[in-house]
Design a protein around this ligand. Structure first.
Ligand code: NAD
Length: 447
């Protein structure tokens, strides 16, 4: 099938590569010429395991193309994905500017019927708005005889395993207005729907809410566990034992019950805000959703507060080694990352950050530039030079096995604050270090 994709971010690029990989002819369009030039050379603009190989293969075999010309994309395909960003407005609602611009642009350029598939995360009612905008534009241009179908097809990929999630989705949710569109979606996704039927057809408004409700549910589990972890800290209880005990109940399960230094990324915080806004607009008090968000706002500052406590309120001139900048492992994405809240608080308090991340260093430099209180280090051990304490914000594999004797000798205050509960507290204490995880009882270091 001939397919076009508007937006080559995490969602659009991965989706396009996955569709090309099963044999569809795909053209991607983006308004960012730098991204397009890089992608035309076959160099991924994001870090996702497996993406580079997929890009190279499909570019070489001529199934995947990149352009800044919307007309090339619109004329190429009858099926067009919209995968542009939907950032938060000031009031928390999703900014639909890019989505509606694309809908207008497609209507302006199209000369045959099109199916528009909305991959962006958008509030309930957006598919109807996209259809209205497209029809309005067509009518203005005297092309009212052309037909547009709009499908809400939210994306559930997880950054860090985006390629795998796209190829092997748990479910494909599609709001389909009619039988012809259903058949089109079934054919499009057949290669990903081989093993058993994963497609859930429903109406567009339901499909739109599935996405927000799913993210809100996952965020709720994280905030819930973070609150339990704070309580466990006070009670001297090990939250990991509690987590395992809870997870063993098949009604609860183990997923998304890990306490930590807060959730981040481009989706959970933004989508929660948008859902809260939707509920407010409908006069449904979003009591739980607000609490989930507020718990997370507090949790992102837990590590900073503990540093303040340890250094008795004076962080001026303290050198903090920071392992992990990305909001989660296997990505270079730092949008809303807990590391950013920590670094910004540390800088405001007069501390210096020496940071290392396996993939997000370039992104960190892009965000913060060169400043005297940020040193980006070539290795995780380089961060430890003259550092007072070590803080861990991201659970990259490369941080899992460490030489605690080396850490004890390097860290002036012998303090590790672990926002991801990577280590055995008893082992760290035996090495003579102060160690605090999230919801893990403190053990005094061996003398
Ligand atoms: P992104 O910011 O990484 O990429 C969006 C891209 O769209 C950018 O490259 C931008 O230049 C491009 N763009 C903007 N306007 C355009 C236009 N008029 N024409 C062509 N391109 C245009 O965003 P993302 O992370 O890929 O997310 C896209 C959408 O998918 C959002 O609504 C997001 O909430 C949703 N989503 C994201 C994820 C994720 O893990 N990142 C997962 C599921 C859903």
């Amino acid at each position: 099938m001939e397919i076009s994709v508007f937006g080559t971010g995490y969602v659009g690029l991965v989706q396009a590569a996955a569709l090309a990989d099963v044999g569809h002819q795909v053209i991607c369009v983006d308004i960012d010429p730098r991204k397009i030039a890089q992608l035309q050379r076959g160099v991924p603009t994001i870090h996702e395991p497996g993406l580079a190989e997929m890009l190279e293969r499909n570019l070489a075999e001529g199934r995947l193309g990149f352009t800044t010309q919307a007309s090339d994309a619109v004329l190429h395909a009858d099926i067009i994905f919209i995968a542009v960003g939907t950032p938060p407005n000031e009031d928390g609602s999703a900014d639909l500017g890019h989505v509606l611009d694309v809908a207008r642009e497609i209507a302006r350029l199209m000369d045959s019927d099109k199916t528009l598939i909305i991959k962006s995360t958008v509030p309930v009612g957006t598919a109807d708005r996209v259809l209205a905008v497209a029809r309005e534009t067509l009518a203005e241009l005297g092309k009212g005889m052309l037909n547009v179908s709009v499908v809400s097809n939210p994306e559930f990929l997880r950054e860090g395993s985006a390629v795998n999630d796209c190829i092997r989705p748990d479910r494909i949710v599609a709001g389909c207005p009619d039988e012809a569109t259903r058949q089109c979606i079934a054919k499009l996704y057949a290669p990903f729907n081989h093993n058993h039927d994963r497609i859930l057809f429903m109406d567009n408004r339901s499909a739109e809410l599935v996405k927000y409700a799913s993210n809100a549910m996952l965020a709720t589990r994280i905030s819930f566990m973070n609150e339990i972890a704070l309580l466990a800290d006070r009670l001297g209880v090990d939250v990991n034992a509690v987590r395992k005990g809870m997870g063993a109940d098949s009604r609860i399960g183990y997923h998304f019950l890990y306490p930590g230094c807060g959730f981040g990324g481009s989706c959970f915080p933004k989508d929660l805000k948008a859902l809260i806004r939707t509920a407010e607009e409908q006069d449904v008090p979003p009591l739980l959703l607000r609490a989930v968000s507020e718990v997370n706002n507090q949790q992102r500052l837990v590590l900073f507060r503990r540093l303040q406590e340890f250094f008795e309120g004076d962080l001026r001139g303290k050198v903090i080694a920071l392992w992990g900048l990305a909001f989660k492992p296997n990505t270079d994405d730092m949008r809303e990352a807990p590391s950013r809240y920590l670094m910004e608080a540390l800088w405001a308090a007069g501390a210096v950050v020496q940071a290392y991340d396996p993939e997000a260093m370039t992104e960190c430099r892009r965000l913060y530039g060169y400043r005297p209180d940020l040193q980006l280090c070539a290795t995780r051990d380089d961060c430890l030079q003259n550092a007072d304490a070590l803080v861990i914000c991201t659970e990259w594999k490369t941080f899992r096995v460490v030489d605690f004797d080396l850490l004890r000798d390097k860290l002036r205050s012998r303090l590790i604050l672990d926002g991801r509960n990577l280590y055995d507290p008893a082992e760290v204490a035996r090495a003579g270090l102060h160690y605090r995880g999230i919801g893990v009882p403190y053990q005094a270091p061996a003398a």
